[in-house]
Design a protein around this ligand. Structure first.
Ligand code: F6P
Length: 354
């Protein structure tokens, strides 16, 4: 058995722990040969892979990023290197030449969509969910999310001391695309006074009134804003987001926009500052929780391969590792539900949700 593994989309703490777990479980479980495809699907198109043996995956469980490299625009079915044409045949040729008989693909929704298309072409493929945003359908928690939340909580703690010292309104913008999971959990863990999510469009006057109240009560205010948050009237559906090009969120800077909207409403005596946390949320080493989850996912993926159960993605449901059809995940998203327990808890604490 010769298994290829690749990491697609944005990097994420815990990817190396998955690569290690898949490789070791396959080597120990059935003596399989494992090859790492470099830079995601680009490696399939450019013919770039390397053997993964025990030595290659030693000492990486705690290392951030991905030792294989990644690429978030290399879709073999619309290859940017060939004017957007379908180059999937080139990828299949490479797999054939290498004698790779099955593929483990680690990535987010874009990567799972491509994996599903390969599965429909008959490639034996298993998916592993990866996203700091925690937004993959049918999967309750992805590795990388806990690490991102820890960074947000740490940042809010730091912003709080400077906000308190200066008596300012501080706005922190988090990642998360069209989902508010990072802002919600990070905001709760970091003690934010207000948490604004894409799922709950905010009312600027209401947020300003809340800031005035917090300034009067405690002398400062801490706002945690998801990058996909939108004011009332500016909301969008996930489908609109997925179909839009260029990416409407990456062009956003919603935290900065909110700061400029609040400034005139709060008056000259209130100082506001804005921090964009950006890729700090994605870099660095994974938390212990993410190392363990990534390891569980990696072993579960290797087991699917060894059992010949292809066309499926590993998933966490009810804290159990299970698997779901790739076709049920691709092109779908998981947002914060308006009845989500954490959202309701946040409301009970008097946190402003917009
Ligand atoms: O999906 C993960 C994510 O980090 C999002 O939260 C963010 O919007 C996006 O990737 C940024 O991606 P990049 O800058 O790598 O294109």
């Amino acid at each position: 058995m010769h298994v290829g593994i690749l990491t697609g989309g944005g990097d994420c703490p815990g990817l190396n722990a998955v690569i290690r777990a898949v490789s070791l479980a396959l080597m120990h479980g059935c003596g399989a040969r494992v090859s790492g495809i470099e830079r995601g699907f680009l490696g399939l198109l450019e013919g770039r892979s390397r053997p993964l043996d025990e030595a290659a995956v030693r000492g990486i469980v705690n290392v951030g990023g991905t030792l294989l490299g990644t690429h978030n625009r290399a879709d073999p079915f619309h290859y940017f290197g060939a004017n957007g044409s379908d180059c999937s045949g080139r990828a299949l040729d490479f797999l054939g030449r290498q004698g790779i008989d099955s593929l483990v693909v680690v990535g987010g929704d874009g990567t799972m969509t491509i994996a599903e298309r390969f599965a429909r072409l008959g490639v034996p493929v298993v998916g592993v969910p990866k996203t700091i945003d925690n937004d993959l359908a049918l999967n309750e928690r992805s590795f990388g999310f806990d690490s991102a939340v820890a960074v947000v909580a740490e940042a809010l703690g730091r912003l709080e001391t400077t906000a308190r010292s200066h008596g300012r309104v501080m706005i922190l913008e988090t990642m998360g695309r069209y989902a508010g999971w990072i802002a919600l959990e990070g905001g709760l863990a970091g003690g934010a006074d207000a948490i604004l999510l894409p799922e709950l469009p905010y009312n600027t006057e209401r947020v300003a009134a809340f800031c005035r109240q917090r300034m009067a009560e405690q002398g400062y205010a801490l706002l945690c804003v998801a990058e996909g948050a939108k004011p009332e009237g500016g909301e969008f559906s996930v489908q609109q987001y997925l179909e839009a090009s260029p990416d409407p969120i990456r062009l956003g800077g919603i935290g900065q926009r909110l700061m400029h909207e609040l400034e005139p409403l709060l008056g000259a005596e209130t100082e506001l500052r804005y921090t964009l946390l950006g890729h700090l949320q994605r870099g660095g080493h994974p938390t212990a929780f993410d190392r363990v989850l990534a390891t569980r996912f990696g072993v579960a993926a290797a087991e699917l391969v060894m059992r010949g159960q292809f066309g499926r993605m590993v998933a966490l449901q009810g804290n159990q590792c299970t698997s779901v059809p790739l076709g049920d995940v691709a092109g779908r998203a998981r947002q914060v539900g308006l009845d989500d327990e954490l959202l309701l808890r946040a409301r009970s604490l008097g946190i402003c949700l917009g």
